[in-house]
Every structure is written in C-alpha cells, then in structure tokens.
Design a protein. Structure first.
Length: 244
C-alpha cells in the first residue's frame, strides 16, 4: 500500500512537472541513440529536449528507496547486503538515465545493471550452498559481467533474451539449492509471483495493448514499482536463509 500511494502521488506530481531542459540531439550524438527509437520505447511518449519519459524515469525512485532501505536496516557489517544494496541503487540510476535520455549508453547502463543484479544473485546462491568456492565465485562473476557487457554492446537487440536466460538459470539454481539444503522458500515464491505479474504488465505496455502515451499511469512505471518489491523479497529470502 505504501508503494501504491507513493506511485500515485509521484505520478500526480509529474503530471505538472517542470521539465529539465537539455539538447536531445547533442546528447544522443555524444552517447548514441537508443535502439528502441523512434517508436518502440514502451508506451510512454518520448519527449525531446527534456526528460524523455518522465514517468518511466522517476518511478526508478523505488529501486533507490529499496537499496537505501536495506542499508538502513543493517545492524552489523554484512558484505552481501552492502553489495546488494549498491547494485540496486545502480539499477535505479541506470534505468533513470536510460528513460530520461533515450541514449544507447543509457540503455547499456540500464540493462548491464540488471545483469549485475541477477548474476550476483546466481553466483551468491551457488557459493553459499558450496557448489563453488569464494575465489571461483568472484572470478565467474567478473567474467560473466565482462561477457554480458560485451554481448550487450555488440548485440543490443538480443539483450532481453539474455536476461530471460539468466532468470531461468536463477530459478534452476534456486531449485538445486532447495533440494540440496533445508531452506525457507516463502519469500522467494512471493518474489517469483510478483515478478510474473510485473512481467505481464511489462508485456502489455511494451506491445501497447493497454497504452495511453500521455497518461500519468504507465505500465513500465508499474513494472519498476513492483520489481522494487521483488528485489526486497529476494533480499528477505537471502537474509532469512543465509545471513542469520
């Protein structure tokens, strides 16, 4: 309910927001043009010489809120929680920059931060259940990031297929973990259900099945909102099973 209330208030504010002015053409000449342009950048209207997609940009505040919330809940030094939080904060920055500028670099930063998050989750689960050792985990994570970043740069049109592949691997690893050691899976299942709902909304927005480009309610903004909750439930799952 808190997230829903904040989302509605944020959208009502942005309906009359003061645009931040900048030269769109100059920025895109410097940082490249997003591959979704001119007419495949989700439902929300793309403005020029200001924040390109205000709703899709500013709803990334929920990722920022989630990352900061996890940091403030720390009662003792915990490296996982700190890294996890900063990756989520980076996700908020990358996604905001993408939707605000519609540049290729913004798109790369947005998706790369998604890869950072999900690869970190996969590698951490494998490490904590002793499938891989600490040094192996670090090396595999760094190699995975490098290869993912290169793939994203060379084949940006296939970026979502790679992320979908990582999601499938995450679910597979979770099942292996569940069969390997006793865990409490409730929070992971909640996160999975919420992610499925948010992905459904993402599809409706992306294919413009339910779409009003100038509405203050945008499906992709709802995707951001729900996924920030997904990220928090994933953290609760990790905390309950591996950080106690």
């Amino acid at each position: 309910m808190l997230f829903l209330g904040i989302y509605i208030l944020l959208n009502l504010y942005l309906e009359n927001y003061l645009p931040i002015q900048y030269n769109t053409e100059q920025l895109q000449n410097c940082l490249g043009i997003a591959t979704c342009l001119p007419d495949n950048c989700f439902c929300e209207k793309v403005y020029t010489n200001q924040i390109a997609q205000p709703i899709n940009s500013f709803t990334n505040i929920f990722y920022l809120y989630t990352g900061i919330l996890i940091l403030f809940q720390l009662k003792k030094w915990d490296l996982f929680s700190i890294i996890y939080s900063y990756i989520v904060i980076l996700l908020s920055i990358g996604s905001f920059f993408y939707h605000a500028t519609m540049t290729f670099f913004g798109m790369w930063l947005d998706v790369f931060s998604m890869y950072m998050y999900i690869l970190f989750l996969i590698i951490y689960l494998l490490y904590k259940t002793h499938f891989i050792k600490k040094n192996q985990a670090i090396i595999i994570y760094l190699i995975g990031l490098i290869l993912s970043g290169i793939f994203l740069y060379d084949s940006p049109l296939f970026r979502r297929f790679l992320f979908g592949f990582y999601v499938i691997i995450t679910i597979f690893v979770f099942q292996r973990v569940k069969n390997h050691i006793p865990i409490k899976p409730k929070n992971f299942y909640i996160a999975l259900i919420l992610f499925a709902i948010s992905y459904g909304i993402w599809l409706l927005d992306y294919y413009k099945i339910f779409c009003n480009p100038e509405s203050i309610i945008q499906g992709h903004g709802i995707w951001h909102t729900i996924d920030s909750i997904v990220i928090y439930y994933i953290y609760l799952f990790i905390k309950e099973n591996f950080l106690v």
